[in-house]
Design a protein. Structure first.
Length: 76
């Protein structure tokens, strides 16, 4: 599960960046158009998904006592 969350985190971050880019480009072209609303919606969705993923990874990292966290941590 942790590996999947780490992989999808980069996808959500790319979605946020592309949504911001689309929002900036659409605001220059037309003020208040439908495309601006769609880009804003995508930005909100990807931001929520990215935040949720970061929180889940943080919670998993804090719970170092579980077996998956021990397997994922480097052994020295």
């Amino acid at each position: 599960m942790v590996r999947q969350l780490r992989r999808v985190r980069s996808v959500y971050a790319a979605g946020v960046l592309l949504s911001v880019l689309g929002l900036v480009l659409q605001q220059d072209r037309s003020a208040g158009g439908r495309q601006v609303g769609v880009a804003g919606l995508f930005l909100a969705v990807f931001t929520v998904l990215l935040a949720w993923t970061v929180v889940q990874l943080w919670r998993h990292h804090k719970a170092g006592h579980c077996s998956t966290a021990r397997k994922m941590s480097p052994t020295i």
